[in-house]
Write a protein that binds this ligand. Structure first.
Ligand code: NAD
Length: 357
């Protein structure tokens, strides 16, 4: 199969971790007789430096012309003081909006080899952590109107949260479909005791659940969900929720697994083309030092094979190679444990490559 992959290396550790993922993708292409063709895309701080904006139109077009997009990370202190509409993160929002990616899928999986890294008690961890947060990505309060006005002599700010039925239904379906491919359990998270958007959310989800009788469905209020994720994460298989709640809960979910350097993510729309990226940022504190953990990016490449390219064996092969590297005791600094061998970003990539071959 021939696939075109747009590659956004971005800023900070972005170029280092993406290079390792591309090495792995190249090995997969060779082993399984595919041809992956890469197109470089400038986005984030590096695009601001080169083009004066975080995502020039031509760069977005390169992404839209590809079968999928692989992203490292963007941002860093160098661009902290540029005007709000020109910040590196604006490039990411423009890319998600431009590609119409309404579903962000983030697995929270604890690797048994790294169980000690979880901040949760062993009695909780040993029950297992393996769930996925499906977050609505281009609606809700982040995309509503934001205003700050002077009212009665003081500054008053308003952010509007809005959801239309079709926006809830399409993300709800992704939640049910994801549950169908896993352990058939879906928890829909909202704040229906307070918010109208949540009451509409719940109404649409209840309508959908009749179409998926095989899925064990439940509603949960967001404050309770935040507690349950640390109290007993083993109860979850798939969580589906709106943008703001999903932003917070997916960060909480990744934290309990130990290292943000390990976690991949995918963002999908209606077409097969998706955006695949590790969940962490550009880690400026370790950039250019060969210290970054490339596993989150390599696993993002595996997700790309599975979800956008329909290559499950290739995805399994990458994930198994990661497992073997961890089993061999290889660790980057962020996941280092006593008795293990400390390796750099490049060496971790090389090791995963060798287990793939
Ligand atoms: P961060 O995720 O970059 O770093 C937080 C901590 O985790 C740091 O100590 C870092 O060294 C460590 N870390 C992160 N990824 C790692 C990896 N792969 N291997 C080893 N250690 C790793 O978060 P931050 O410091 O809050 O943000 C830095 C910059 O990244 C900011 O400009 C922020 O806006 C941006 N950011 C970008 C994205 C994105 O591109 N999707 C996401 C979040 C933050």
């Amino acid at each position: 199969m021939d696939k075109k992959i747009a590659v956004i290396r971005g800023d900070g550790i972005g170029p280092e971790i993406v290079n390792e993922a591309i090495k792995v993708l190249d090995a997969v292409a060779e082993k399984y007789n595919h041809k992956f063709e890469y197109t470089d895309v400038d986005m984030g701080g590096c695009a601001i430096d080169k083009w004066g904006e975080p995502l020039p139109k031509e760069m977005l077009e390169r992404c839209l012309a590809s079968d999928s997009v692989l992203l490292g990370a963007v941002g860093g202190p160098k661009w902290d003081n540029v005007p709000g509409d020109k910040r590196p993160e604006k490039g990411l929002l423009a890319l998600r909006g431009g590609m119409k990616l309404y579903s962000n899928n983030r697995p929270a999986k604890l690797w048994s080899q790294l169980a000690e890294a979880s901040p949760l008690k062993p009695s909780i961890v040993e029950k297992g952590i393996d769930f996925i947060v499906v977050r609505e990505l281009i609606g809700g309060v982040y995309f509503g109107e934001h205003t700050t006005v002077n009212k009665d002599g003081e500054e008053t700010a308003t952010d509007i949260m809005e959801y239309a039925e079709h926006e809830i239904e399409r993300i709800g379906r992704i939640g049910f479909e994801t549950a169908m491919k896993r352990r058939h359990k879906l928890t829909s998270v909202d704040k229906a005791n307070v918010l109208d958007t949540s009451r509409l959310w719940r109404k649409v989800m209840h309508r959908l659940k009749d179409e998926y009788p095989e899925v064990e469905y439940s509603d949960m209020l967001v404050d309770n969900a935040a507690m349950q994720i640390v109290k007993d994460p083993s109860q979850f298989d798939v969580i589906v929720t709106e943008n703001l709640f999903g932003d917070i809960l997916s960060d909480e979910a990744s934290m309990i697994t130990g290292s943000i350097g390990m976690i991949p993510s995918s963002s999908l729309g209606d077409g097969g083309c998706g955006l695949y990226e590790p969940i962490h940022g550009s880690a400026p504190d370790i950039a250019g030092q060969n210290k970054a953990n490339p596993i989150g990016t390599i696993l993002s490449a595996a997700m790309m094979c599975r979800f956008s390219f329909d290559m499950p064996s290739e995805a399994d092969a990458i994930e198994n190679a990661v497992t073997k590297a961890l089993d061999a005791g290889l660790r980057t600094g962020d996941i280092m444990q006593e008795g293990c061998t400390l390796v750099g970003c490049k060496e971790m990539g090389d090791a995963i490559l060798s287990y793939l071959e």
